[in-house]
Design a protein around this ligand. Sequence first.
Ligand code: ADP
Length: 411
Amino acid sequence: MHALERNKNIFKLLSEAVSEGILVVNEQRIIIATNHRTNEMFGYGEEELNGSHLNRLIPDSFHAVHDKYVENFNMNQGQKRRMAHGRTLYGKRMNGGQFPIEVGLNPFKLLGESYVMALIIDVTEKKEKEEEIRKLNAQLEQRILLRTKELEQTVAKLTKEIKLRENAESKIKTALQKERELNDLKAEFLSLVSHEFKTPLSGILTSATLVGKYKGGDQQDKREKHLKTIIGGVHHLTGILNDFLSLERLEKGKEVYRYTEFSLSKVVNLVVYNANMLLKDGQKINYPDNIDEVEINQDERIVSLVLTNLLHNAIKYSPEDTDIDIKVDLPPSKIIFHIIDQGIGIPEKSRKHIFEKYFRAENAVLLQGSGIGLNIVKVHVENIGGRIYYTDNGGKGSIFSVEFPLKPPKD
Ligand code: ADP
């Protein structure tokens, strides 16, 4: 009789009290004994499993793995341990169904023979719970992801809205600033008109009154003198008005530049012709000698406006009996004008300011002026990609140089 069989009753007595399944195999993995819980778990009747190979309780697909496992186990003989720790093991029921189990192995020797007692727990419920927890966790993660995404979208939306608002705000601010500047400009204009228009207007009025009084045929030269004063006064006032209108257009950003091909000598001639009317006694404008055949591509109106302004200043800020030279350099791709006078010049400390709006050097305050012209000229010249600069004429006057590019700026 087999050793264990002999102790069958003792085994039964002990094993039935245990809530885990108990299964004993010999070295050949033949089942020697099972308790009630094992039979119940695997769906067999009492004693039905005894004598069967252990593989009967292992799903076919796991047989090879199990063989490997047993080999390993034999090498580490005698150690009590949990089987396949960390991995899920499966048992096979009589009806072929599989279910997850946990198995603890307890090798022992009895009367010289080796056995292994396996303690088996059905972990179906535990696995289901674990699966449920896993699913819940996954759902939770999914929800967190979704919420995070929603949050990110909201933040992006808010950021966009803030940007839009900031843009709108800055636009309103700019508009307000522009309006304030225009208002300032209008106020400045009024004060300018009251200051600057008074003297020429009273000069015109006086001359006009006097002209009427020179009735004699021999008084033509007197009449001409007064008519010249009137023409000069009107030109001066027109100049201020034009400057002011030009400034307003520039500041409103309304200026549009039109490039055309035109004859340089035609424009310079016209500018000089008009300036000649303002010359003081003994003043002379020397016309450039190298522009007869020159055609340029520029905004004709701006070239004319710039030259007119510089020439008028040269006349205004120079005494009688002086020359004003217009010189032109024609390097490739640009044209440079130099308006050279022998006038009062500009004190060194004022030079960096003369292109600023309303700036007038201290040696000029007794002469009429508004401080607008050079500012307008500079803005125009820079708008079309050119530049303007001042050089001292060797202590004997001023040189204003202005460069025009000969192609429209690319934008
Ligand atoms: P305005 O001549 O009406 O005062 P501008 O803007 O044309 O205004 O000139 C600004 C200032 O630059 C003048 O007030 C004057 O001090 C100085 N300026 C301009 N051109 C000359 C020049 N050719 N010679 C001396 N000073 C000049």
